[in-house]
Write a protein of this length. Structure first.
Lengths: 491, 95
């Protein structure tokens, strides 16, 4: 095979074919990926560079058998545990943390023959953010325009896949953290149904919302990756004992008669006109391909962001209580503080110094909404409104196969543009949060470009545990368009 | 709703986070606008609505109470900032 140095541009399913035909070896792919990282990552910063250089070399796990992902390199977000290899959630408080075990998804990838990259992908600290600017390692730059953000929080994963520095990456999605960066970078991002993929070994943010999912160059790779990582795991009691279908069987080029709903609440004030036009053009394309499209209403849409910022911060404040300077990571002693209470002073100093601004903001907001006298007014009320949001989707799916929306109201915004205004940043997730609140699966696929040549993503949502519908519609669209084949020009 | 500096200071203490004066100022103004925003939920009538704490319809998940392989003490302590014998080390609690 000629041009082995360009293997980094291939999809996993194409690489698998080349490996099976013995035209290439796994080592060829790894060296191509390593070369690409060396060439361009200093300008993109999709991967994090630690002082501990042992974690900075792409490393491979032994590939044992003829698995679905035999010999394919997979990159991971910095919150997915790999045994003995730094996993820090891009936070100072977890500096130097080397998990003593592998996450279940990592074990499953290895069992399927994948090779795990030692380098981890950049992210907003603890997945708190929508731009990857809240990373202790600094922001990742968008491969389509380096002055712009990659989205977040799985921004490093999306940039690595878009810039051909990764074949497949796994991220996590609590309110859009896989889909929104996939949209900003022009790649495919899937948030599976809550309960589809084990979170054991994913460092928790908000446990009633978190899911792990793939970021890939095309829909087929997302289907392959989900098949590998999905299914029951005794170590995560929220993973359900349901059969895992062969998702690649859903990849037929046919959506005749598929019923698609377009929620009017997603196309109102706040959406960029160009994004609106591109997404509606994509919907027209689906109509031309035989889908039945109708306008629908999801009346509680406007409450999704406030519900999310109560529930997600409340759960985060509880989950992040474990970072206390005792079991792992940073410890800061404090000689001043409350007299006679060195332990509490140590907790406070460690957390005060170890957490970044956004993490502090969210933990304090979460603690506030759970505190005495406010629990019912905020947390309990938010859980009730969550029920209303979920019911909107239940009702809609009585007569629909899927719902289509923009993934984000805008294309990638400029670096620094929203950093000082947390509320404005929170609104970046306005179209993605509802899927997490309702627990349903959603995928973002490229569906066009703005005049400034920035990618626009289309989000497809379906009923719980009906990822097959997402793959069917997304694949049919992809087969009849070529947005997913466009590559950013990187200097 | 007004979030004054003292409230932030108190909540930060509950959350065991030490904040400096600048952070207290910034957070009180930011939290105030975030709380104003989430107060939007108060306009909805939620009487009779059940809360959703998990979207899954399953109840508790049980397993047999049998020992199984887990981390060794050495592995569990491998990331500890301070350890002694087979324990995590912490600053003295009782002076």
């Amino acid at each position: 095979m000629k041009e082995k140095s360009k293997l980094n541009q291939f999809t996993a399913h194409d690489l698998s074919g080349l490996i099976k035909d013995k035209k290439i070896e796994s080592a060829d792919i790894l060296s191509s990926i390593e070369g690409r990282i060396k060439d361009i990552d200093p300008g993109i910063k999709a991967y994090v560079r630690r002082e501990d250089s042992s974690s900075n070399t792409p490393q491979s796990e032994p590939a044992l058998k003829n698995g679905i992902l035999q010999g394919i390199p997979v990159s991971l977000k910095d919150n997915i545990c790999t045994k003995g290899n730094n996993t820090e959630c891009c936070s100072m408080i977890l500096k130097g943390f080397k998990p003593p075990y592998n996450a279940t998804v990592v074990k499953r990838l290895i069992d399927a023959g994948a090779r795990i990259l030692g380098l981890k992908c950049n992210m907003d600290e603890f997945a708190f953010g929508s731009s990857t600017e809240n990373s202790s390692f600094g922001p990742t730059c968008n491969p389509w325009d380096r002055q712009r953000v990659v989205g977040g929080s799985s921004g490093g994963c999306a940039a690595a896949v878009a810039a051909d520095e990764a074949v497949i990456a796994l991220g996590s999605d609590t309110g859009g953290s896989i889909r929104q960066p996939a949209s900003f970078c022009g790649v495919v991002g899937l948030k599976p149904t809550y309960g589809r993929v084990s979170r054991f070994g994913l460092i928790a943010f908000a446990s009633s919302l978190d899911q792990i999912g793939p970021i890939t160059k095309d829909v087929r790779d997302a289907a392959v990756a989900l098949k590998v990582i999905a299914g029951l795991d005794a170590l995560d009691s929220t993973s359900l004992n349901l059969p895992v279908p062969d998702y690649t069987k859903s990849l037929g080029n046919d959506i005749k008669g598929i019923r698609i709903g377009i929620p009017r609440e997603y196309f109102v004030e706040g959406i960029d006109e160009e994004v609106k036009k591109v997404v509606l053009t994509a919907v027209d394309k689906l109509r031309d391909l035989g889908a039945r499209v109708s306008q629908i209403s999801l009346p509680h849409t406007e409450y999704a962001v406030p519900v999310y910022y109560i529930i997600a911060t409340a759960e985060a404040s509880s989950n992040l209580a474990r970072f206390d300077g005792v079991q792992y990571g940073l410890r800061v002693e404090d000689k001043e503080g409350i007299p006679g209470n060195r332990l509490i002073n140590m907790y406070k100093a460690t957390r005060g110094q170890g957490f970044g601004q956004e993490a502090k903001r969210r933990i304090i907001l979460g603690t506030y909404v759970l505190s005495y006298g406010y629990y019912e007014a905020y947390y309990l009320r938010a859980q009730k409104v969550r029920t209303l949001i979920k019911q909107d989707f239940d009702r809609a799916f009585d007569s629909l196969d899927c719902i289509i929306t923009p993934t984000s109201p805008t294309v990638a915004f400029k670096l620094g543009e929203r950093v000082k205004d947390p509320l404005k940043m929170y609104l970046s997730d306005i179209y993605t949060i509802s899927a997490n609140l309702a627990g349903i699966p959603a995928i973002s696929i490229p569906c066009g470009f703005s005049k400034e040549n920035l990618p626009v993503g289309m989000q497809i949502l379906a009923k719980s545990f009906n990822e097959e519908m997402l793959f069917r519609v997304a694949y049919t669209y992809e087969q009849n368009t070529d947005w997913h084949l466009r590559k950013p020009m990187i200097g | 709703m007004a979030i004054d500096k003292n409230t932030v200071k108190y909540v930060a203490h509950l959350a065991r986070i030490k904040l400096n004066e600048d952070e207290l100022d910034l957070l009180s103004s930011q939290l105030e606008s975030i709380i104003d925003f989430i107060d939007k939920l108060k306009e909805l009538d939620i009487s009779g609505v059940q809360p959703t704490s998990s979207v899954l319809a399953v109840g508790n998940v049980f397993r047999e109470d049998k020992p199984r392989a887990s981390l060794t003490a050495e592995e569990s302590l491998s990331n500890a900032p301070e350890k002694k014998d087979n324990f995590f080390g912490v600053p003295k609690v009782i002076e």
